[in-house]
Write a protein that binds this ligand. Structure first.
Ligand code: NAD
Ligand code: ZN
Length: 722
């Protein structure tokens, strides 16, 4: 879909054709979901953007307009569930306008089309665009005989029995009404009814609805009219189909007539002349929008005189005499009831505002992400202010929420006038709410600033992260346990059976024993496992009780510690014991152990911090101790190279000093490391050997002072075996 991003003017004809084909299929799919199943997958704003893109491409390449172009189609084909009804006159859609400029263009185009009419002489009606579903209701001799949805504009669904259950829709017209009357308008659900229905659905443990429009459509298209009847649907009349006689000669007059006949009509409809008045009314309706008990998504403008409407006529899918001026993504006011912390799979603590439910742009919003600690304070990712000082988000605050691009609702700002006197700044937790481990913000190496994300350090024990960690633990470059894939981990993790459950790494190694001791749950009887595969699995697990230190470290899934760093650490410390002891000693980020960790070539400060934070968490230590206890000899094997060479220097710390003659400093270091030694830059009590060439100075003195064994180059070579 990268072509989508290419500016229309840069598209080649070939690209344009391909994109139009894609858009036709994609828009048809969304139409089907939205109109056919009342279950849209994307927001209206995103849908409208697809449509606009299609229009723009077609405008530049008119020769490419497809027979199935969304610009000439309306809605979606009726569902076969209902009998089809062919409309006596098509039910069309409306053209859209999005800006004041578009409105001027629309009015201008009407004047141009009609010609010779003085400015200000054409009246337009302006009325809210109700977000429901359009309906055509037919009366013959004053009696309701049928009702149909719009469908694809030509054929709709017969929903007569369901429409009859709507109390607001008269069953009979008063005497004097024409013989044939088709009243068209919008069936909708009130916001308050929608919220109440959803509450009830939730209380009954049923799936709740997304928004009033889809709920209204779903409620109407029920096979059982009793369900429709229970939903308290409403109606506004604003248009008509076939009429045996016209009772008025203006749009306004017609709607007034509908009102007289007993149909609900919208009280906000006005007749206006100038673009300025039209736009002012649009703004006024926009202001009233949050307080209306029904969803509207714009204001519809129509040429008032019906003779002029007739002259203007229709395009393929919409009248030339009308347009819908859409509202931008909606904002709404609501309260922050509380702030919860969610822990992601990587351990990130994300604050979420729990809001008093409110509909925003047609969708009920109950949560908004607050991203991180700084965002709550009003500080952006680069340290910039995103809200005014003091506009930090507090529990109890009234806030403005917006669905921009309509994905995750955002809290835009705080209404300070409404802040309760006792509201206190939110205190971001320093502990993971899931596992209780301490949570930290990392420091950015380059900027020296704190990272905006707060992370749980209990990666190894935290339930929020555990599944991912376990999957990592058994993966190919870690413990590499065959037969224990992602699916199996999910299964064992979710199991509530003590004989099957795996929540932490050591559980993997106790599984066999627990199985043996449990007379009830036998893994081999569970779907997907069989006798043979269970034996294989337990063999695979047992074979991994012997594991190299670098794999072991990598398997812990410490942040920033990938395979390379795990190898560096394993090589530097040689043994598990040495490694863990050093990490514990480095807990306060100072002292010899901390310096040595930072001295390891390739290990930077961020990595070093992450490792120390990990080992600082007693919960991690507990699990690691359990894990190690399950291994052969109660420890991972010393670093890989060391075991290979059986060298006397494996795991030892060596310092080279003075000018070496038999080899370069780099060569000496590489050689020593390949034998499993750790090469350090300075002498400390941890140093095992100092290799001193001619001219050695202070390091040699220090070694003598500490009683460290000193060798010359030849002795060293003999020691390591030539
Ligand atoms: N999210 C999705 O996947 C998806 C898919 C398809 C359509 N949609 C949304 O549906 C709408 C497009 O559907 P559309 O083709 O029905 O166009 P439309 O809803 O923009 O406009 C036409 C409709 O407006 C309605 N309407 C309400 N009040 C009216 C009034 N006072 N006067 C005249 N008509 C009035 C009528 O039902 C008419 O059919 C857009 O809002 C679009 O975003 C969304
Ligand atoms: Zn945690």
């Amino acid at each position: 879909m990268s072509a989508e991003k290419t500016p229309v003017e840069n598209l080649t004809e070939e690209q344009a054709a391909a994109e139009l084909a894609f858009l036709a299929a994609e828009i048809a799919r969304h139409d089907e979901l939205y109109h056919g199943h009342d279950a849209p997958e994307i927001s209206d704003a995103d849908y409208d953007a697809l449509k606009r893109r299609n229009d723009a491409v077609e405008k530049r390449f008119p020769q490419l307009v497809r027979a199935d172009s969304p610009s000439i189609r309306v809605g979606a084909a009726p569902l076969p569930t209902f009998a089809p009804i062919t409309h006596s006159r098509p039910m069309l859609s409306l053209d859209n306008t999005f800006s004041d400029e578009d409105v001027r263009d629309f009015v201008g185009s009407v004047y141009r089309f009609l010609g010779q009419l003085p400015d200000g002489s054409i009246a337009f009606t302006a009325e809210p665009k109700i977000d429901g579903l359009s309906m055509s209701i037919r009366y013959e001799q004053g009696r309701l005989v049928s009702a149909a949805t719009r469908g694809d504009g030509t054929t709709g669904e017969n929903v007569t029995e369901n429409i009859r259950t709507i109390k607001e829709i008269p069953d009979r017209l008063p005497a004097g009404a024409p013989d044939i009357v088709e009243v068209r308008g919008e069936v909708y659900m009130r916001k308050s009814d929608f919220l109440a229905l959803n509450e009830q659905m939730a209380a009954e443990g049923k799936q709740t609805y997304v928004n009033p429009r889809n709920t209204a459509a779903g409620s109407l298209r029920q096979l059982d009219p009793k369900v429709t009847a229970s939903r308290n649907l409403k109606f506004f009349a604003y248009a008509w189909g076939e009429m045996s006689e016209m009772p008025a000669d203006t749009q306004m007059g017609m709607v007034e007539k509908f009102g007289e006949w007993g149909f609900p009509v919208n009280p906000l409809m006005r007749r206006l002349h100038s673009v300025e008045d039209i736009i002012a009314h649009y703004k006024d309706i926009g202001l009233q929008r949050p307080d209306l008990d029904y969803e509207i998504d714009g204001v519809v403008y129509k040429v008032d005189r019906l003779d002029l409407q007739a002259r203007l006529g229709f395009r393929s899918r919409s009248p030339r005499w009308a347009t819908a001026h859409k509202f931008p993504a909606e904002q709404a006011f609501t309260h922050v009831e509380k702030i919860d912390i969610q822990v992601g799979r990587t351990g990130a603590l994300t604050p979420v505002a729990r809001l008093t439910p409110v509909t925003v742009g047609g969708v009920v919003v109950t949560n908004a992400t607050l991203h991180n600690e700084d965002y709550i304070k009003g500080i952006g990712n680069s340290g910039e202010r995103i809200r005014e000082e003091e506009h930090d988000i507090r529990i109890g605050d009234t806030v403005i929420v917006q669905r921009a691009g309509d994905v995750i609702p955002q809290v835009l700002d705080v209404v300070m006038e409404k802040r309760p006197a006792d509201a206190v700044p939110y205190e971001f937790p320093r502990k993971c709410p899931v596992c209780g481990s301490h949570a930290v913000r990392e420091k950015n190496e380059k900027t020296g600033k704190l990272d905006s994300v707060t992370r749980c350090t209990g990666g190894f024990v935290c339930r929020a992260q555990a599944v991912e960690h376990l999957k990592h633990f058994v993966s190919r470059n870690a413990f590499d346990i065959e037969g224990l894939g992602s699916k199996q981990i999910d299964f064992f993790f979710e199991s509530e059976d003590p004989a099957l459950q795996v929540r932490t790494a050591p559980d993997i190694f106790t599984l066999k024993k627990r199985q043996e001791e449990s007379p009830l749950t036998k893994l081999e009887n569970i779907d997907g496992f069989g006798k043979v595969s269970v034996k294989k699995l337990f063999d695979a697990i047992d074979s991994r009780r012997e594991i190299s230190l670098n794999r072991f470290i990598y398997a812990l899934g410490i942040r920033h510690v990938g395979e390379t760093n795990a190898k560096l650490l394993a090589r530097a410390y040689g043994t598990y014991e040495a490694f863990v002891t050093a990490m514990k000693e480095a807990a306060d980020f100072s002292g010899d152990a901390w310096d040595e960790l930072n001295n390891i070539e390739g290990i930077g400060e961020i990595v070093a911090r992450a490792i120390v934070e990990f080992f600082k968490e007693p919960r991690n230590i507990k699990v690691i101790d359990d894990l190690v206890g399950e291994l052969k000899d109660g420890t991972p094997m010393p670093a890989e190279q060391a075991t290979a060479s059986n060298s006397p220097v494996a795991g030892k710390t060596v310092v080279f000093t003075g000018s070496l003659e038999k080899f370069t400093r780099d060569e000496a270091k590489a050689r020593a490391e390949s034998l499993g030694a750790k090469v350090a830059g300075s002498v400390s009590k941890k140093t095992d050997y100092v290799v001193a060439g001619p001219g050695a100075g202070s390091k040699l003195d220090k070694a003598r002072e500490l009683g460290v064994q000193v060798m010359d180059e030849d002795e060293w070579l003999a020691f390591i075996g030539g």
